[in-house]
Design a protein. Structure first.
Length: 410
């Protein structure tokens, strides 16, 4: 497998338009899927514990959601090849929306697990099929900025819906949250018929297994997965780790984290288009780990808000940098695989983090669990540094995108 190392485009070259009608329609499905997903993300774990289970049930709810998402992500490229983007996106939005209504009837744990399985599959279809389609709609020379813009559009729901879901469940009940999550996903299906069903591609397709064997794709995915571990912990356990009297603190923290991530993702995209994205991965990882370590100070409201802000900045940087690098290293025929691998890393990290942290915190308490998580995250410095060195060597050899630089599989 060959890989492409990103480079800095000339500032004198004409810049093609970024926002087009198909991209605007794609934003509608992004908003619907993301709003539905994030409204329920921090609410369902609390709903599961309300049924009489302990903290492990909260981790199980998020873990099952992410597990189903991961399985769906690996299957989505084949489904898109057979049925096209529109059908897969529509089914995904339907699976995100309709099962959410079923949560209104009972907090039974296994009922919740079944709903999470269906919604996880639906979310997988929307992010992988939608991600590959979105990348195809963005000019290559503005990829970093374009993906950052998409990150903002998908980040706004997390910015608003994460704290809003917690607030609505506390003041208006779970039923309002679940109904709202269903409606926004189902309404977004109306925009799907206006999207392209097929995209003309160049180059040869890249399979999932080949992508995993390729160092230039595997390393950014691994680093991002490690950062995503902490993201799953924040949305699942921060409401449980904070003191019972700090409901407003949790809402603020759940606003600050995606706000910081969204801003950082945008700035990282603009920087990457001008100076390359390879040098951003390691700083993003270090900031993410530092923020996670600071979350150990759960009894200090100021420390928690600062911690999620630092984590959010690092996570936003690493989101944009890893995705931009991975798209730059394959031809357009491989975009579906890149979308699947990156989202696989995201959701596998979130799911594994939620499940493992739940069991860990039960034995150590939340402060030590955050400390150990932040420490473990630092092990990803090794693949991040290796990827940066590989990109630097390729640049020194004069390799420029879209030329392909061969690198041994490691």
């Amino acid at each position: 497998m060959t890989e492409t190392i990103d480079s800095t485009p000339s500032s004198l070259a004409p810049r093609p338009p970024l926002v087009t009608r198909p991209l605007l329609l794609r934003f509608v499905s992004v908003l619907g899927a993301s709003t539905s997903f994030y409204l329920l993300l921090s609410v369902v774990p609390g709903y599961a514990t309300a049924g009489g289970g302990g903290g492990w049930t909260a981790g199980l709810a998020t873990g099952v959601l992410m597990l189903a998402t991961v399985v769906g992500e690996l299957a989505t490229p084949a489904l898109v090849n057979r049925y096209g983007y529109r059908a897969v996106l529509a089914v995904g939005l339907g699976l995100l929306g309709a099962p959410a209504l079923a949560l209104v009837f009972t907090p039974n744990l296994w009922w919740i697990v079944a709903v999470c399985l269906l919604r996880g599959l639906g979310f997988a279809f929307t992010v992988v099929a939608g991600g590959a389609l979105t990348a195809s709609l963005i000019p290559a020379e503005r990829r970093g900025e374009g993906l950052a813009l998409v990150g903002i559009v998908s980040g706004v729901p997390s910015l608003v819906a994460l704290p809003l879901g917690v607030w609505l469940s506390a003041h208006m009940g779970y039923g309002v949250v679940f109904t709202s999550g269903a409606v926004v996903a189902l309404a977004a299906i109306l925009a799907v018929p206006g999207l392209p069903d097929r995209i003309r591609t160049s180059g040869r397709p890249v399979g999932i297994s080949e992508g995993l064997r390729t160092a230039g794709l595997r390393r950014p995915a691994v680093v991002f997965a490690v950062a995503a571990v902490a993201a799953g912990i924040v949305v699942t356990f921060l409401p449980l780790a904070a003191p019972a009297s700090a409901t407003s603190l949790v809402a603020v923290a759940l606003f600050v984290q995606p706000a910081a991530a969204t801003l950082a993702r945008w700035l990282a995209g603009r920087h990457g288009d001008r100076h390359g994205s390879a040098g951003l991965v390691l700083p993003g990882l270090l900031l993410s780990a530092a923020g996670t370590l600071l979350m150990a100070l759960t009894r200090s409201p100021l420390a928690v808000v600062v911690a999620v802000g630092v984590f959010g900045i690092g996570f936003g940087i690493i989101q944009n940098a890893t995705l931009t690098l991975m798209y730059a290293r394959v031809p357009t025929a491989g975009y579906g695989t890149i979308s699947a691998l990156w989202n696989f890393a995201y959701d596998a990290g979130m799911g594994a983090g939620a499940v493992a942290f739940g069991w860990l915190a039960a034995g150590t308490g939340y402060p030590w669990a955050f400390t150990l998580t932040g420490t473990v995250m630092l092990t990803a410095v090794v693949p991040a540094w290796r990827d940066h060195r590989a990109a630097t060597r390729a640049e020194a050899r004069g390799t420029k995108a879209p030329a392909l630089a061969r690198e041994p599989l490691q």
